[in-house]
Write a protein that binds this ligand. Structure first.
Ligand code: GBH
Length: 480
């Protein structure tokens, strides 16, 4: 952009902000602050991500059926403070305001999810037209504002009514039917679909560890079968989307692959980190990308290995148009002479983390996450479908949220993502988690991931410093 058009951009942005009633300072670019060397490729897509159960509320509005997260969060002792997604950010009613926030940021794209039980209250069979209408209104509002929707079909909110949940193979077929229906209804206006979000969270953590919905602690063999149903649902979903699309669509998923960072960037540790990536992601991403369970995984699990039916692996190995990576935190990998060829380094007690205990800060994980996946499997495109952090945000007496810690986290991750694009890895876009503070699953409303602050008593949204920062990154297409 020339300086003149930059100035004009500032005026347009300010006018947009004034229209929407949200006040962000006018963007101004002086010559002394011209973007430096961290520009992203032309056409790089900047976005924000959210998920239905975390933002919508309206849990029983418009004929929505319950999901396993409604039941789980209403079970005493399961979430922080007994918090639920009943109201959340009330985006069910306030979605137009959320689209205005996106527009003020200048994002080109928005990753949202559909609540399966809003569309099929019992998970299959009867359709709820009010639910379909709601998502058509959201999508149309995005499109009217020049924002491209990227739609996740399943972000953990499984319809409660499906017998056996992910323990049952029938759920995979119900998911494929749901995917087919959504594709028929939406592929005239939505062209990018993600099947599932983060296999390990809705299988292992929900069915083996018992910490997420539905809160089961199944023995290993049964837990492996749940994993298999998760990836099978994804595969059948990919096939259903392609078979039912009205026109060209791009199909992928959003996966929180374990990210392996070489302790030292020398050939031996780099090789070990690549091996570890394949091994630590064996039951999920590795199997999807290779179309079969790695031999080492099957051997390790022995009699507990998943039972596979004819056709399963073909569906699971369906070609993907893109791989979406949700990237938050690193594992540090060291080359070793042990049988697997690597060790995961233990973290010292002093290792820094953000407001969530698990969110260790290692910005180079975003570079290595992309690089390992590309070097192993060469997907045609990568998106960062989530990256962001919790922070203990405080509202100052002047009403500001000065989240410099979040800006630090994001700026460092984008600098590392820039390294990946500079090395020609095919990263096409970045979705910041999250647009808004929201229902952070078992942490309830105690952990804030938004770049907009939400006062949960009034539902008022206030841009944080990080929103102002992100808007500048987007305007310049460069880390600043
Ligand atoms: C993503 O998960 C989710 O897709 C998104 O919905 C979520 O809001 C966001 O990140 C922020 O958390 O309780 O100690 O077992 C990120 C990966 C995996 C991180 C599960 C938290 C549970 C830690 N998550 N993990 S613990």
């Amino acid at each position: 952009m020339t300086n003149i058009s930059r100035r004009q951009f500032g005026k347009v942005a300010a006018a947009t902000a004034a229209l929407s009633g949200v006040s962000l300072p006018e963007l101004s670019f002086s010559q002394s602050s011209t973007p430096g060397g961290l520009a992203f490729p032309r056409g790089f897509l900047w976005g924000c991500a959210t998920a239905a159960y975390q933002i919508e509320g309206g849990a029983t509005a418009g004929g929505r059926g319950p999901s396993i997260w409604d039941v789980f969060s209403h079970t005493p002792g399961k979430t922080y403070n007994g918090d639920t997604g009943d109201v959340a950010d009330d985006s069910y009613h306030l979605y137009k305001e959320d689209v205005r926030l996106l527009r003020n940021l200048g994002v080109q794209t928005y990753r949202m999810s559909i609540s399966w039980s809003r569309v099929f209250p019992e998970g299959k069979g009867r359709i709820n037209p009010a639910g379909v209408d709601y998502y058509k209104r959201v999508v149309d509002e995005l499109l009217a504002n020049g924002i491209t929707p990227y739609v996740t079909l399943f972000h953990w909110d499984l319809p409660q009514a499906l017998p056996g949940g992910w323990q049952s193979r029938d759920t995979c077929h119900a998911f494929a039917d749901y995917a087919a229906y959504i594709t028929r209804q939406f592929s005239d206006r939505v062209h990018h679909f993600m099947t599932t979000n983060e296999f390990t969270c809705f299988t292992d953590i929900g069915y083996r560890d018992g910490r997420f919905a539905p809160g089961l602690r199944l023995p290993n063999g049964q837990a492996n079968q749940v994993r298999h149903h998760g990836i099978l649902a994804h595969g059948l979903g990919v096939q259903a989307i392609r078979a039912n699309a009205h026109g060209p669509v791009q199909v992928g998923l959003a996966e929180n692959a374990s990210v392996c960072v070489p302790v030292i960037e020398t050939a031996e540790h780099i090789d070990a980190a690549r091996r570890a990536t394949r091994d630590l992601n064996a039951p999920f991403l590795t199997t999807l990308m290779e179309g079969k369970y790695p031999e080492s995984y099957l051997q390790r699990e022995g009699a507990d290995a998943p039972r596979v039916q004819p056709g399963d692996m073909q569906a699971i190995g369906s070609r993907l148009d893109f791989v979406g990576l949700n990237i938050y935190t690193p594992n540090y990998i060291r080359a070793s002479n042990n049988p697997q060829g690597y060790t995961v380094e233990k973290r010292q007690a002093s290792f820094p983390h953000m407001a969530s205990d698990w969110l260790y800060i290692g910005p180079e994980c975003i570079y290595w996450g992309v690089r390992n996946v590309c070097d192993l499997w060469h997907p045609p495109a990568i998106y960062i479908t989530e990256n962001g952090c919790s922070a203990d945000d405080v509202v100052t007496p002047e009403g500001r949220i000065e989240d410099t810690d979040r800006v630090m986290y994001l700026r460092n991750h984008l600098t590392q993502l820039h390294r990946a694009t500079a090395e020609q890895y095919p990263v096409k876009g970045y979705f910041l988690w999250s647009l808004l503070d929201n229902f952070e699953w078992v942490d309830g409303y105690s952990k804030r991931f938004g770049i907009h602050y939400v006062d949960f008593a009034t539902e008022k949204r206030t841009p944080k410093l990080s929103a102002e920062w992100y808007r500048t990154v987007i305007a310049r297409n460069s880390v600043v």
